[in-house]
Design a protein around this ligand. Structure first.
Ligand code: MN
Length: 337
């Protein structure tokens, strides 16, 4: 009897393990209830979309890769090399990845908003959040048939909007524009037909009410790590003028510094008046910042008095050294222009 129980337990254990090993992908629960996104996305659509459509992509993906080398790859690595695989893998791997992402970037919580850093990036790339939404809506409306519209980060850490057909996505090596999506909107009819029928535009207008900007921001910030001087814009401003005047002067072109010495003195003054972020607020750095302000002013006077080129060049070079003391003290590493 004891042996039988022991045998049964062992058998059960290996069966479960075997079944799991056979099926690398499985459906995760939603982080909210099926009717929580109402009135924007209705309960029935959510149930069918999650338990039927998404589940089908997973079932078919497991089937398509069973016994192939694709089983050993992570989903992301599979997508990045998708051109090597048949359509059944492409459609279902995409279908699983896209929907898994989609559920996480939706939320019943109202009033989520992009983080400061994502918000700044959106402003830089698209003007403002509303123009980003219009651009994505336009791409979604122009997507003929089924597909997705994406906000992604490319390899240069730049944001871009794109749309892909079927279950493709920007991570795939077959995509026109490649990157890592941080926000994706499903524009297959199965995502909206029960409530909105053929009115894709109404669905698009509604879905922005349930976008989880906290999750989108988290994804953005993982892909685009904070820059060392992001909280000290004045040093970046000074750096710009320094980089654009010092390097030409090294090559014998003093025109840039002669036309911009006033601007440089101005930026150095603003740098001295700026609030130094706590992590950089050291005695040596404060001293160097002060020196930058004084020496920049001297250099500006020199330029105004039409001092000999050699003197101007030497003064700028000294200033550049002081600047690097600050950056060097901050980072402990060689600063790149
Ligand atoms: Mn879908």
């Amino acid at each position: 009897m004891k042996n039988l129980i022991k045998y049964s337990i062992t058998y059960f254990f290996w069966t479960v393990l075997f079944v799991y090993a056979q099926a690398p992908y499985s459906l995760s629960r939603l982080p909210y209830g099926y009717k929580d996104l109402e009135p924007y996305i209705d309960e029935q659509t959510m149930i069918i979309h999650h338990t039927k459509h998404h589940q089908a992509y997973i079932t078919n993906l497991n089937k398509a890769i069973q016994g192939t080398e694709a089983e050993k790859l992570s989903l992301e690595d599979l997508l990045k090399n998708i051109s090597k695989y048949p359509a059944s893998v492409r459609n279902n791997a995409g279908g699983h990845y896209n929907h898994a992402l989609f559920w996480t970037i939706l939320t019943p919580n109202k009033n989520t908003s992009p983080s400061k850093r994502l918000s700044d990036a959106i402003q830089n790339h698209f003007g403002n959040l509303d123009s980003l939404k219009s651009l994505m809506n336009r791409e979604a409306m122009n997507r003929f048939g089924s597909g997705w519209v994406w906000l992604s980060v490319d390899e240069n850490k730049k944001l871009f909007v794109s749309s892909t057909p079927n279950q493709d996505n920007p991570m795939m090596d077959v995509a026109d524009k490649r990157g890592t999506p941080i926000l994706g909107i499903d524009v297959w009819e199965h995502a909206y037909y029960l409530k909105y029928q053929n009115r894709r535009g109404d669905y698009l207008a509604a879905i922005w009410n349930v976008i989880n900007w906290e999750e989108v921001s988290k994804r953005f910030e993982l892909l685009v790590p904070k820059g060392k001087f992001d909280d000290w814009p004045e040093i970046k401003e000074f750096h710009k003028v320094m980089a654009q005047t010092f390097h030409p002067s090294e090559e014998g072109n003093l025109e840039p510094i002669k036309t911009r010495s006033g601007e440089m003195a101005e930026k150095a003054k603003k740098l001295m008046a700026s609030k130094i972020p706590a992590e950089f607020d050291k005695k040596e750095i404060r001293a160097s910042v002060k020196k930058l302000a004084i020496e920049s002013e001297k250099l500006h006077k020199m330029v105004q008095k039409k001092a000999p080129d050699e003197k101007i060049k030497k003064s700028l070079s000294d200033l550049h050294d002081v600047f690097h003391t600050i950056v060097g003290l901050c980072s402990g590493e060689q600063h790149q222009h």
